[in-house]
Design a protein around this ligand. Structure first.
Ligand code: NAD
Ligand code: 6OD
Length: 477
């Protein structure tokens, strides 16, 4: 399977391409098409025509049936999807096979269930003194926004793409999607599956290419795009917002994080350490929800950092950074941490494997301590397998430290004191707070961040709300 644009139900040939590199050993494994402004324009026109054609006339039942067929289609080619995701990202096969691809299937099934079962509202109205019966029935229906641009990142490529495509289609929109230039493969497979599922031409279109000054920018500044759903870095979100401002295009943003974990002295320490190993090092820290700041109550601080560092040093089988550029960025933070005065308790460099991976983009899982809250290493998102651990004395200080960040995506609280959990969780400035767990997902719940971590919420009815417009109808009785 070669990455290709998919426009109006057809895989379109392209002249311009760029190389696709394996993060595992740096070798070139393919080429990716670079969409020109004309290709993006054709995709937007195809989407608009789909809304004026059979796709625009589908019922919610028909769209749910399409979503289920797409889920079945991914499931039928499960191993192919897993292999493509692993090839593009270098992530452990187990992660792709237990998280990325099952969640992509789950996204389509969840939105089929959610949109089919979604009630509309009615408001019986009485206006005393109004002529006639003085009564009316107000009811609210939702209609699709129109052509929706979906831009996704490289870390969970199919999971995050389908997290937006499924509700956008369920709500009746036509989609033009652009995956990350680093991870084009599962998106292309998805286009094949969508074609096989019989979706009307133009309802789903896929363009590949870079972001700034390229396909991403052409798409998000396109005057005929009615809404933009973006997942990626906060700085990219700001750039997209500037472009979208010209046409006042509605936005949903899932952006970066610098997520805190708060470990109280009453926590089950073994569970808190294992949980932090997962939350800091899963997918080598390349998940927006990963913990990069750990605050530990002073009586258990020494034991916590010692055990966490031991566990980090013992980790094997982890995947690489997505690119040489990203590896260099993460390593620059490892150096900066030392310049800022950090003590490196685990990692801090590049691992040696003695095989082809030595040409890949790996960095060591890293545990740091000793930095002030003002250090750049503690404030800026690194997006690698690294956390800084600092002590705190009491609940108020823990909350103050957690909230002292430009970001506010996710937080984790480790405590066995139920009252404390309920006291602390709502005071943390984050869109998602996990207590004694991490990344435990229910697709109906609101997902998103505050401050520089995003705008709006996705998940369940929140996504269906974003991807549709309420229209109120008032009928006099
Ligand atoms: P990125 O912002 O560099 O790229 C994301 C996507 O945006 C890519 O498809 C890219 O081509 C496109 N893009 C880049 N510049 C653009 C522009 N000017 N106009 C339009 N499109 C543009 O992010 P990334 O490096 O792929 O992903 C890592 C970042 O994403 C991290 O900051 C991470 O925290 C964040 N992220 C957030 C979430 C979340 O749910 N909050 C999920 C995953 C990743
Ligand atoms: O689990 C999800 O629905 C989700 N949006 C995860 C985002 C992870 C960020 O990298």
């Amino acid at each position: 399977m070669k990455p290709a644009h998919y426009v109006n139900g057809v895989f379109a040939p392209t002249e311009a391409t760029f190389p696709l590199l394996s993060p595992v050993d740096g070798s070139q494994v393919g080429v990716v098409p670079e969409a020109s402004r004309d290709v993006v324009d054709a995709a937007v026109r195809a989407a608009r025509a789909a809304l004026d054609g059979p796709w625009g006339r589908t019922s919610v039942e028909e769209r749910c049936a399409f979503l289920r067929r797409i889920a079945d289609g991914i499931e039928a080619r499960f191993d192919e999807f897993v292999a493509a995701e692993v090839a593009d990202t270098g992530k452990p096969r187990d992660l792709a096979a237990t998280v990325d691809i099952p969640r992509a299937i789950g996204n389509f099934r969840a939105y089929a269930d959610l949109s089919y079962g979604r009630p509309e509202r009615a408001y019986p109205t009485t206006v005393p003194g109004w002529s006639g019966s003085g009564q009316a029935l107000n009811y609210t229906v939702r209609r699709p926004l129109g052509v929706v641009a979906i831009i996704s990142p490289w870390n969970l490529p199919l999971l995050l793409l389908t997290w937006k495509v499924a509700p956008a289609l369920a709500a009746g929109n036509a989609v033009v999607a652009k995956p990350s230039e680093e991870t084009p493969s599962t998106a292309t497979l998805l286009a094949e599956v969508i074609g096989e599922a019989g979706l009307p031409d133009g309802a789903f279109n896929l363009v590949h290419g870079h972001g700034a000054g390229a396909a991403g920018e052409y798409l998000t500044s396109h005057p005929r795009v009615d809404a933009i759903a973006f997942t990626g870095a906060s700085a990219t979100g700001a750039a997209i917002m500037r472009n979208a401002a010209e046409h006042v295009t509605p936005l949903s943003f899932e952006l970066g994080g610098k997520n805190p974990a708060l470990v109280f002295a009453d926590a089950d320490l073994a569970e808190a350490v294992e949980g932090t190993v997962r939350s800091s090092f899963t997918h080598s820290g390349q998940i927006c929800l990963c913990t990069e700041r750990v605050y530990v109550q002073r009586p258990v601080f020494d034991e916590f950092v010692r055990t966490l560092a031991e566990r980090a040093r013992a980790l094997t089988g982890y995947g690489p950074m997505i690119s040489a550029e990203h590896r260099d960025k993460v390593l620059s933070y490892y150096r900066l941490a030392v310049e800022e005065g950090a003590t490196v308790l685990a990692g801090g460099g590049v691992p040696t494997f003695g095989d082809a991976r030595d040409s890949g983009f790996y960095v060591e899982p890293t545990v740091l301590t000793g930095l002030p809250q003002s250090a750049r290493t503690v404030r800026e998102e690194i997006f690698g397998p690294v956390c800084h651990v600092a002590p705190f004395d009491d609940e108020d200080e823990a909350i103050r430290l957690a909230n002292d960040s430009p970001y506010g995506l996710a937080a984790t609280v480790w405590t066995t004191d139920l009252s404390r959990a309920h006291r602390v969780a709502p005071r943390v400035e984050a869109g998602i707070v996990w207590v004694n767990c991490w990344n435990l997902r229910d697709l109906r719940t609101p997902f998103g961040g505050v401050k520089a971590s995003g705008i709006g919420r996705e998940g369940g009815e929140y996504s269906l709300d974003f991807f549709s417009e309420p229209v109120n109808v008032c009928v006099k009785i």
